[in-house]
Design a protein around this ligand. Structure first.
Ligand code: IMP
Length: 458
């Protein structure tokens, strides 16, 4: 079903496989425009086409399709050095970057060197990606940030003089905070500035009046896909605050971040068949102990041995968490950190569905769960003896919640599935339980990383 405007939103803590779903929708349903409206290069999408993997962080997932117009809208925060690096990475993988249709909003804020450094010293407690996201959004709110339009003028020229003046002014002020308050070494201001100006030349051809263009395309009847970054539980207001990112992930983020009142009729929650989280913060259905995971897993773990699998099946949560991590390759695309793993927390997903008015589900990574004798769905929380079915907003309460599970039968592995009928009966049961709890239908099912390993239901 193609409607004119669709939004995809991560229904959990990010890493749900949004890149693949955007890529699939663009191919199968021929969306003409893909818009990123929030976050920056803290996101990490891996799109697999044929045998090739394309890791994307900042660029919209539509860049792999020559017919798609891509937009980095005003609500995105852009690190010019990263931008140039990501573009060069695509060129190295054989993508003709001169053919990419991309428009960057002049209003988008720039991530500058002090944002990354401040994130390094302030973001530890949250376990941020360290990309400077929070400090950049803070400067936007304080109205001291620099925007793409400060770096590149309306004629597409790099404003060396004007930008350097503003950069030096801020560098002095931020440099003092870094050295005097946080005891950091002095920034290499001139080197950083020269690098930004060099990378700005790579950005310049893409900068323009993104919001006006988006509006015109909409009027002309183009189909538009809003690509939300991060996940609902990382939303600055509705997530597990303060262990969240600094942008709005849902509908309001799309409307504010894309700059025009173009409301998506179809809002797809991308939901992984189990739950993962990176960084700190409460995780009710977690399997295993994050502090141990952090310490013990400095390298990705390979397949579990028979004995380790037996321990997992017999109820050792640490090994079950590792099973999911190893089979699901749950290591951060952006930071390489081991992701915390747990059973599917439906209470958290339902929270996302109701906060953001999500209308359907794309369920990903169901294949990771094959060959487990039993699966568990978290259907409620136990908060000091009280059964609740909502996500408490108080951190102290959320931290005390224990999962209440519904047990489901596991399902066997399959060779290939391309329709609902071909799924094992017990996998169908698992999906139907999810639909019944969330009260919205599963419309897309992903059973592997490739585009071809997906089922679209009518
Ligand atoms: P920040 O967005 O770098 O400020 O990080 C804030 C929190 O969001 C941390 O827990 C990060 O691990 C998490 N986070 C940010 N972006 C993503 C993402 O794309 N996937 C998963 N977690 C993310």
């Amino acid at each position: 079903m193609t409607v004119q405007v669709t939004q995809i939103v991560g229904g959990q803590w990010g890493d749900e496989g949004k890149g693949k779903i955007v890529d699939l929708l663009v191919k199968e349903e021929r969306y003409g425009v893909v818009v990123r409206y929030n976050g920056g290069n803290n996101a990490g999408h891996t799109v697999v086409v044929g045998d090739k993997k394309y890791p994307l962080h900042l660029l919209p997932s539509g860049v792999l399709h020559p017919h798609v117009k891509n937009v980095l809208a005003a609500g995105v925060v852009i690190d010019p050095i990263w931008f140039a690096k990501e573009l060069a990475g695509l060129a190295q993988r054989g993508i003709d970057t001169t053919k990419i249709s991309l428009l960057i909003s002049e209003r988008a804020h720039l991530i500058l060197p002090w944002h990354r450094l401040l994130d390094g010293v302030q973001g530890g407690k949250i376990g941020t990606t360290g990309k400077g996201i929070g400090p950049c959004y803070s400067d936007r709110a304080l109205r001291v940030g620099l925007r793409v339009g400060d770096l590149i003028d309306r004629k597409g020229r790099v404003d060396v003089e004007g930008f350097s003046r503003k950069f030096h002014h801020l560098a002095r002020e931020k440099g003092r905070v870094l050295t005097e308050i946080y005891g950091c070494e002095a920034m290499e201001t001139e080197k950083e500035l020269a690098e930004i100006l060099k990378c700005a030349e790579k950005m310049a051809p893409y900068v323009g009046r993104a919001e006006e263009n988006l509006s015109n395309w909409y009027e002309e009847g183009e189909t538009i896909l809003y690509e939300g970054a991060q996940g609902s539980l990382l939303d600055c207001d509705w997530g597990s605050y303060p262990f969240v990112t600094s942008s709005s992930v849902g509908l309001s983020g799309a409307l504010a971040g894309a700059g025009r009142d173009i409301s998506p009729e179809r809002r797809i929650a991308i939901v992984k068949a189990y739950t993962t989280r990176v960084g700190e913060g409460p995780f009710v259905s977690e399997l295993g102990d994050y502090q141990r995971v952090k310490k013990e897993e400095t390298e990705p773990i390979s397949d579990l041995t028979q004995e380790e699998r037996r321990s997992a099946i017999e109820g050792d949560d640490l090994w079950m968490g590792r099973w999911l991590r190893s089979v699901g390759c749950e290591y951060g695309t952006t930071t390489g950190r081991p992701r915390r793993c747990g059973w599917l927390d439906l209470v958290a997903v339902k929270h996302a569905v109701s906060c953001f008015g999500l209308t359907e589900i794309a369920l990903t990574k169901l294949d990771v769960l094959v060959d487990l004798p039993k699966l568990y769905l978290c259907v409620a929380y136990d908060l000091e003896g009280e059964r609740i079915e909502h996500v408490p907003s108080r951190l102290e309460d959320l931290e005390k919640c224990k999962p209440i599970y519904e047990e489901c039968s596991g399902f066997e592995a399959w060779k290939e599935v391309s329709s609902w009928e071909e799924l094992p009966a017990k996998a169908k049961d698992y999906l139907q339980k999810i639909e019944a709890y969330l009260e919205i239908p599963v419309k897309i099912l992903s059973v592997g990383p490739k585009r071809s390993e997906s089922i679209l239901f009518d």
